[in-house]
Design a protein around this ligand. Structure first.
Ligand code: PLP
Ligand code: CA
Length: 306
């Protein structure tokens, strides 16, 4: 590829890049773990970065866990992590509703118990978590009982998503002053062996289609995730590296926030896709081209051990 983007990060360049930053943001799935297993070498990389005095944070679009659940998972996998260093969309969504939307009222939640807990932690009540029940006959559905205190519909990962929930969300969103927020737009969640399942983006698009409205989203590539980290820990974007496996979420977030960006090839995106974005000449697509790439974040180990 011509130009200076998407350079393979190895040899002396690793130390040079690490010396140029004080903070490193890691995406989770596909970067530090895959499903329930850590990427080989990832715990050592994180722990050594910390020993070298770097601030390390975790930014995940997965809304199905609280910060505490992530910290517990990471600890069991050998990562030395504090809850405060984890920024998942369940937590960030609650922060967004509280600090940006200044929501006064309840949320109609299409989401998990984890989201319910993070909302509760900032003093926001929800209704809707868990399965919904069929209400009457089709003619009654537009008059399904609504909670007058609900002032926002929030869509995250909801394994109980159903037609009745979609209908209820639509009835709330017909009220124009009802806020509409989604955690993230990832449409496919890759699994081992080339398999995949539908992501939250599919649910969000269904609600958007029904409501004929667009949601605001909190997760990557929206800069709110970085704003959350930066406001709590005083991160300087010029001296921060974003590490991710997806060009359209992680790398674009890094570009949107003026961070250095590193693509790791242990997850979704490929160098060929990055090259196609670069060669398109389209400025929007260029935001999805990383500064550097590695096969795995374990490639950072020699520079940290030396
Ligand atoms: N959303 C859900 C529900 C997921 O299960 C995952 C990955 O497991 C993601 C999003 C993507 O997470 P990340 O941003 O850590 O890659
Ligand atoms: Ca990922």
């Amino acid at each position: 590829m011509s130009g200076t983007k998407c350079t393979r990060l190895n040899g002396a360049l690793v130390k040079q890049v690490l010396d140029s930053v004080d903070s490193v943001l890691f995406d989770c799935d596909g970067v530090i773990w895959r499903g329930d297993q850590s990427i080989p070498g990832a715990p050592q990389v994180i722990n050594l970065l910390k020993e070298h005095g770097k601030k390390v944070f975790f930014v995940t679009n997965n809304s199905s866990k609280t910060r505490k659940m992530y910290a517990d998972k990471m600890t069991s996998l050998g990562f030395g992590v504090r809850e405060e260093e984890v920024f998942g969309t369940a937590y960030c969504c609650a922060m967004y509703l509280k600090t940006v939307c200044k929501l006064e009222g309840k949320v109609y939640l299409l989401g998990s118990n984890a989201m319910e807990q993070e909302l509760e932690a900032v003093g926001i009540q929800q209704t809707g978590v868990g399965p919904d029940h069929v209400f009457g006959k089709q003619n009654d559905w537009a008059s399904v009982p609504l909670d007058p205190e609900v002032k926002a519909v929030v869509v995250g990962f909801d394994e109980h998503f159903s037609y009745m929930k979609l209908n209820r969300a639509m009835q709330y969103l017909i009220q124009r002053d009802c806020l509409f927020v989604g955690t993230n737009r990832d449409t496919r969640l890759p699994l081992e062996g080339g398999k995949a399942v539908p992501g939250t983006g599919c649910l969000l698009q269904a609600v958007e289609t029904a409501a004929q409205r667009q949601a605001q989203t909190v997760g990557k590539p929206n800069h709110f995730m970085f704003d959350c980290v930066a406001s709590q820990f005083g991160v300087n974007p010029d001296r921060c590296l974003m590490v991710g496996d997806r060009l359209d979420t992680d790398i674009l977030l890094g570009s949107n926030c003026g961070l250095k960006t590193l693509l790791t090839l242990t997850g979704v995106s490929t160098v060929a896709e990055a090259e196609a974005h670069w060669e398109s000449g389209c400025s929007e697509r260029k935001g999805m081209v990383p500064d550097y790439y590695v096969e795995s974040i374990a490639d950072l180990l020699p520079a940290l051990q030396g």
